[in-house]
Design a binder for this molecule. Structure first.
Ligand code: BG6
Length: 433
């Protein structure tokens, strides 16, 4: 793993559009979101990336990205419970990978970024143990199709979110509020599907490099003392946040250790499948959990007027130093930052440009901290969220995270100032900060 993976991330449902084209079947984000998205928006067209992927890859090349993280849409590939395949869906991802490779951009494929096919949902979704078989069928088809075109694979994006926010808090599709016993069962199925998927990837893809992309709670020290650091470390691995906690998922998946809370659901036999050797620890990081309104133990955090993003997330670059260190020390896997970024109040200004000084400063602060961590623990890459403005789930298009501004009426792409800034960071390999 030689070169540092400078890139940007996206997800299928958030950018592709073409929601019912070329044989794609609906996902839960196509069908269950009526009345749930800001301003009544939907992802039917999104960034129209399905039709514009070549133009988008050209933008990546101009930005100097050497890698690009995207997800495959299960609902574009497998159209029913019998495992029938949609060849045009497969072609799309093969072509995308070819285009990336031709431009010297390493494809980093995420297999599941929340868009569960409706046929799987109707048959019980993550509650039904059969989902493990269905998922394996999809992974087998796609890893055979992409062998020789992609070697980096990420099994799941943020189980914390699609299980915790989607099936426990009821704030994301499928908008369910299940009890904790059901959440444990669903978590077990996700973990088993992950383990089986890792085995399939390694069987089908020569030289596969495999990981996952969680976004569990990590804390930064509140005082600059040894005790402060120890406290942050221990809070980062306790189970106070249930399915949002780091250890809920990563202890079984990486260490083969089942936390006490899950021992009534996950057996030692399960662990043999769940715990597969991984090549990196992906981590999606936006904010230190200390300041989250969901943090169970409220502190006297002096956050009055502290810098926040447009969606209210606290700007806390120090987490980009501490999280990689804490995670490496516990899990001993090289760290790949699979997402980091901010929403901002961006528009095209009267000079025709998009000035986003907040994002420039954000990138400066977070990446500088990451470079500091990299001097102490192995860090193999950074993927900015997101390449371009896109459909931000229930926030619709009102939340802009992109380096590239998208006018959703015309699909015109405009570079933001932060895109130029990120290009310079990449050119200097992070040394200009
Ligand atoms: C991450 C997701 O949690 O955060 C992305 O993996 C998402 O898909 C990003 O778009 C921003 O979150 P949100 O909720 O503001 O869209």
């Amino acid at each position: 793993m030689e070169k540092f993976l400078w890139g940007a991330a996206t997800a299928a449902h958030q950018i592709e559009g073409a929601y019912d084209e070329d044989g794609k079947v609906p996902s839960i984000w196509d069908e269950l979101t009526e009345g749930k998205i800001s301003n009544g928006e939907n992802a039917r067209v999104a960034c129209d990336h399905y039709h514009r992927y070549k133009e988008d890859v050209a933008l990546m090349k101009e930005l100097g990205l050497n890698s690009y993280r995207f997800s495959l849409s299960w609902a574009r590939i497998i159209i029913n419970e019998n495992g029938d395949v949609n060849p045009k869906g497969i072609d799309f991802y093969r072509n995308l990978c070819d285009e990336l490779n031709a431009n010297g951009i390493e494809p980093l494929c995420t297999l599941y970024h929340w868009d569960l096919p409706m046929w799987a949902y109707r048959a019980g979704g993550w509650k039904n143990p059969k989902i493990i078989e269905w998922f394996c069928r999809y992974v087998d088809v796609m890893t055979k199709a992409l062998d020789g075109k992609a070697k980096y694979f990420i099994t799941f994006n943020e189980p914390q979110y699609f299980i915790g926010v989607g099936c426990f808090a009821g704030l994301h599709a499928p908008f369910e509020k299940n009890d904790i016993a059901t959440i444990k069962v669903m978590s077990r199925h996700v973990m088993l599907a992950h383990g089986e998927a890792v085995k399939i990837i390694r069987k089908n893809v020569k030289g596969a490099i495999v990981g996952m992309a969680p976004n569990h709670s990590c804390f930064a020290p509140e005082t600059d003392t040894t005790e402060g650091v120890e406290e942050a470390r221990s809070r980062s691995f306790n189970l106070d946040h249930l399915m949002f906690s780091t250890a809920w998922w990563s202890d079984p998946m990486v260490l083969g250790v089942v936390p006490d809370l899950l021992k009534d659901t996950i057996t030692q036999e399960d662990v043999k499948t769940i715990c597969q050797s991984l090549d990196f620890y992906g981590y999606n990081v936006y904010s230190a959990m200390n300041y989250s309104p969901f943090a169970p133990k409220k502190r006297n955090n002096p956050t009055f007027g502290a810098p926040r993003t447009q969606t209210g997330w606290l700007v806390s670059p120090q987490i980009m130093y501490y999280a990689p260190k804490f995670l490496y020390e516990r899990y001993r896997l090289p760290i790949l930052i699979t997402e980091n970024g901010m929403s901002n109040c961006d528009w095209v200004m009267r000079d025709g440009k998009v000035h986003d000084p907040q994002r420039v400063d954000y990138l400066h602060g977070y990446i500088k901290e990451l470079m500091r961590a990299k001097n102490e623990v192995p860090v193999i890459g950074y993927q900015y969220w997101s390449l371009m403005d896109n459909f931000e789930w229930t926030n619709g298009y009102s939340s802009r995270f992109g380096l590239i501004f998208v006018d959703f009426a015309t699909q015109k792409r405009t570079w933001k100032d932060s895109a130029y800034f990120y290009r310079d960071i990449i050119q200097s390999n992070g040394e200009n900060l």
